[in-house]
Design a binder for this molecule. Structure first.
Ligand SMILES: NC(=O)c1ccc[n+]([C@@H]2O[C@H](COP(=O)([O-])OP(=O)(O)OC[C@H]3O[C@@H](n4cnc5c(N)ncnc54)[C@H](OP(=O)(O)O)[C@@H]3O)[C@@H](O)[C@H]2O)c1
Length: 301
């Protein structure tokens, strides 16, 4: 299979490329800086693309069977006006431009696997949410709605579409877990902002597993939550991480620290959360490699 990946230089994208190569697939990557990307991953065939400014080159799609669309400006940063514009436009316009090229191809890929996030559901307390639950009203929820709406244009072009609403991806090499390792190893980690908020997490192997499964299985279409079957409270997550590291997680982090670091808008989102379950992935037969948090953390650390 030949697979085109956007965001292939990122945390999830680079792990996905490794798995695609491991099973013998060819990988085409789109990047703003293909020279740098080639240096990091020479096995990928790279093409240049500025997602908000233009459609990606049709030549990159020659012989491509499936597309995995991951790129986007980092969400975990202080949400200044400029940051919010980039977070939104890389996804809304970037996805619209991507689908524009796909729709104009004579030979189209058969599937688009398009990333989204559980931020779609907004802050839901301890309510269990699945793919049928409606959206929230925070900025990140609005972003995912626009992102998914742009991806749906692929369906009109006759391309199978799977939208992957991803939870917090756990990987020791980057993202949230990597950031938590240092304070927890120093014994100064602990529950954040009271710890009652839910965290819908997923091991990087299952995130990549679900992307590959959605690529391969013709019966997978529509929205799929990519989250482990047992979301956990922030407090229980802190305890589990403390156990995995052999360090007690006893130093609570007050909520205002998040506001200081990220500003109050994104800080408020971080103090909330979702209890999302992977209802459709399980109904459609995806088997999780790491369904339990203790084992997932042990594997990663
Ligand atoms: N990691 C998570 O826990 C998580 C959870 C839910 C959803 N997601 C979503 O999944 C996607 C991939 O996540 P990730 O953690 O792998 O992200 P990442 O490591 O931050 O990588 C993002 C990718 O997007 C491209 N990119 C970044 N900023 C851009 C900009 N301003 N304009 C154009 N391209 C830009 C980069 O490609 P180039 O620099 O090569 O152009 C990079 O490869 C993201 O959309 C993210 O929001 C991630």
């Amino acid at each position: 299979m030949k697979v085109l990946v956007t965001g292939a230089t990122g945390l999830i994208g680079s792990a996905l490329c490794d798995s695609l190569f491991a099973r013998g697939d060819d990988v085409v990557g789109l990047s703003r800086d293909p020279g740098k990307a080639r240096g990091a991953n020479p096995r990928v065939t790279w093409h240049a693309w500025e997602p908000t400014l233009e459609r990606p080159p049709a030549a990159a799609f020659e012989g491509v069977d499936g597309v995995v669309h991951l790129l986007g400006e980092k969400i975990s940063q202080r949400w200044t006006g400029e940051a919010k514009r980039k977070i939104m436009e890389t996804r809304r316009k970037g996805t619209h431009n991507l689908v524009g090229t796909i729709a104009g191809l004579e030979r189209r890929p058969s599937v688009l696997v398009s990333q989204s996030a559980v931020g779609y559901y907004g802050n839901r307390g301890d309510e269990v949410v699945d793919e049928s639950t409606g959206p929230g009203d925070s900025f990140d929820s609005e972003v995912t709605r626009e992102w998914e709406k742009a991806a749906r244009e692929a369906e009109a072009a006759g391309v199978r579409l799977a939208i992957i609403r991803t939870g917090q991806v756990l990987d020791a090499g980057g993202g949230m877990l990597a950031e938590l390792l240092t304070p927890f190893k120093l014994g100064i980690g602990g529950p954040i902002a009271g710890g009652d908020q839910y965290l819908s997490w997923i091991h990087i192997d299952d995130e990549v597993g679900i992307l590959l499964w959605a690529l391969d299985k013709p019966e997978v279409s529509g929205v799929v939550n990519a989250t482990a079957p047992e979301p956990t409270s922030n407090r229980d997550f802190s305890k589990a991480l403390g156990r995995a590291l052999g360090r007690p997680a006893i130093v609570p982090v007050p909520g205002f620290v998040l506001d200081l670091k990220f500003g109050s808008e994104f800080g408020t989102v971080l103090k909330g959360g979702q209890r999302a379950i992977p209802k459709r992935a399980q109904e459609l037969g995806y088997e999780f490699k790491h369904p339990r948090l203790d084992e997932a953390l042990e594997d990663l650390i």
